[in-house]
Design a protein around this ligand. Structure first.
Ligand SMILES: Nc1ncnc2c1ncn2[C@@H]1O[C@H](COP(=O)(O)OP(=O)(O)O)[C@@H](O)[C@H]1O
Ligand SMILES: [Mg+2]
Length: 454
């Protein structure tokens, strides 16, 4: 709608105290709030993020510092604005210009940020404080003056560029009437453990140094966090199946979604019981099956089937990496806290069809392993009898070619997938009596190669 010059317009500035307070409940918890700040640090080129969680009753604080490029005074001032302005690039982790503020305020009533862009220049800092907003009801920040606070805030920047975020008045984190009590201390401790697990998971690709130019170390109270790889790729029996590309077109943008399916080893195939337990993941084996959705290499969702299928003990070894680029944020309906996404409507069915044989394969693998572990010793010395057509539907699937999926030829994709049993049956139908035993031993070897140890 065009508004003519003669029409009167009115600017309505939102009530600062009401909006800032309601934005506290935008969906973050402690771990996701810290993760949003780590996103910022990665984007600022930091190689080290240091998190200090200090318990001291009402004076408890969380301090998150990085050694990234930092911000100048004017950049920091803009960054403090709710809905800060900036140009985003294709693979940037940021999105709404809100994370720094909303993530921080979701956990505390007062946060300060110090920044140093150039080692030869002074450190600059600003504070958002709910008490102040409550009083003035304006979108006002101020420069911190308290010397003790400044000491804690500036300390990490003594010898480096970067920023420091300091959360104080941790009402949401402690939330106890007696913030000095044991309950509050224990709660903070367990939140730190959860945070460690969460960061190890969502940033595992950065922590394991597999993203070129984005090496990252994260410390919580001086302990270095190691990566948690949902696909147990260091385990020799973890299997990666062929990568699949899915074309996506949304709001005039086209690009690929990448699926990388894995079948994890069964319990007895892990190199150690510890490795098996570790691969269970934060929510344990059953809940951790399904999609691992990554946006610019940062995990947004871990496990679950996005409503395409239900969690099932028999398919728990199946985990599928799904990566999308931030240009498809709208298609995935990512929320501000970067905690939830939805599969784009236009490819839901296709993804379902695509993963269906993979999940079947994982299920078959699990069933076979379960069966063989219940049979105490010998390995079968002959190929199991051929199943009839209906039975064999759930058998081993083979992908032919690197990328079986061609978006314009869906039928080709389905044609290209056969169960091992089906192929063996087809070969047998074509073979002479003499050739049949050769086919049998080839398929025996093939099964062994595909499922080591069988
Ligand atoms: N650790 C950091 N180092 C340097 N600049 C930062 C850092 N964190 C945030 N910024 C700047 O502040 C801006 C606002 O951050 P944020 O509120 O998280 O929004 P977004 O990340 O969506 O842009 C960022 O766009 C970035 O320019
Ligand atoms: Mg951000």
């Amino acid at each position: 709608m065009n508004i003519s010059k003669t029409e009167e317009v009115y600017e309505l500035i939102p009530s600062a105290k009401r909006l800032i307070k309601s934005l506290r409940d935008i969906g973050y918890d402690f771990s996701t709030a810290v993760a949003d700040l780590v996103d910022n640090s990665i984007e600022a080129g930091a190689s080290i993020v240091d998190i200090q969680v200090i318990f001291s009753g009402n004076n408890s604080f969380v301090r998150i510092s990085d050694n990234g490029k930092g911000m100048s005074m004017s950049e920091l001032k803009e960054a403090m604005r709710y809905g800060s302005e900036r140009t985003y690039h294709k693979e940037d982790l940021g999105k709404f210009g809100l994370g720094l503020k909303t993530a921080s305020m979701s956990q505390c009533q007062c946060f300060s940020i110090a920044s140093r862009k150039d080692k030869s220049k002074d450190i600059v800092s600003f504070t958002w404080d709910l008490d102040h907003i409550e009083k003035v009801n304006r979108w006002e920040i101020f420069s911190p003056k308290n010397e003790k606070l400044i000491e804690v805030l500036y300390d990490p920047l003594k010898n480096q560029t970067g920023i420091v975020v300091l959360w104080e008045k941790l009402d949401r984190i402690l939330g106890y009437k007696r913030p000095y009590g044991d309950k509050a201390r224990i709660k903070l401790n367990s939140m730190c453990r959860e945070l460690e697990e969460y960061l190890a998971m969502v940033f595992h690709k950065f922590l394991s140094n597999e993203i070129p130019g984005k090496k990252l170390e994260i410390f919580i109270n001086n302990n270095k966090i190691g990566p948690w790889d949902p696909f147990a790729r260091k385990e020799p029996n973890s299997k990666q199946l062929s990568e699949i590309k899915i074309d996506l077109e949304h709001e005039g943008i086209s690009g690929d979604l990448i699926l990388k399916p894995y079948i994890l080893p069964a319990k007895e195939e892990f190199t150690s019981f510890g490795a098996f337990q570790n691969s269970a993941g934060p929510a344990n084996w059953n809940q951790q099956q399904g999609f691992y959705i990554y946006r610019s290499n940062r995990m947004i969702q871990s496990g679950g089937w996005c409503g395409l299928r239900t969690i099932d003990e028999h398919t728990k070894l199946c985990r599928i990496e799904l990566s999308f680029s931030p240009q498809f944020d709208n298609a995935f309906k990512i929320n501000v806290a970067k905690m939830t996404v939805q599969l784009p409507m236009q490819v839901r069915e296709l993804i379902d069809e695509t993963i269906s044989p993979i999940v079947k394969l994982a299920r078959e693998y699990y069933d076979r392993k379960n069966k063989s572990s219940s049979k105490p010793h010998h390995k079968p010395d002959h190929t199991p009898p051929l199943k009839n057509q209906t039975d064999s539907k759930g058998s081993s699937f083979l992908h032919f070619g690197d990328n079986p999926y061609n978006p314009n030829e869906q039928s080709l994709f389905t044609q290209n997938l056969f169960t091992l049993d089906e192929i063996e049956e087809k070969a047998n139908n074509l073979a002479t009596e003499k050739e049949k035993h050769v086919i049998k031993s080839i398929f025996q070897r093939l099964r062994k190669a595909l499922f080591k140890g069988e």
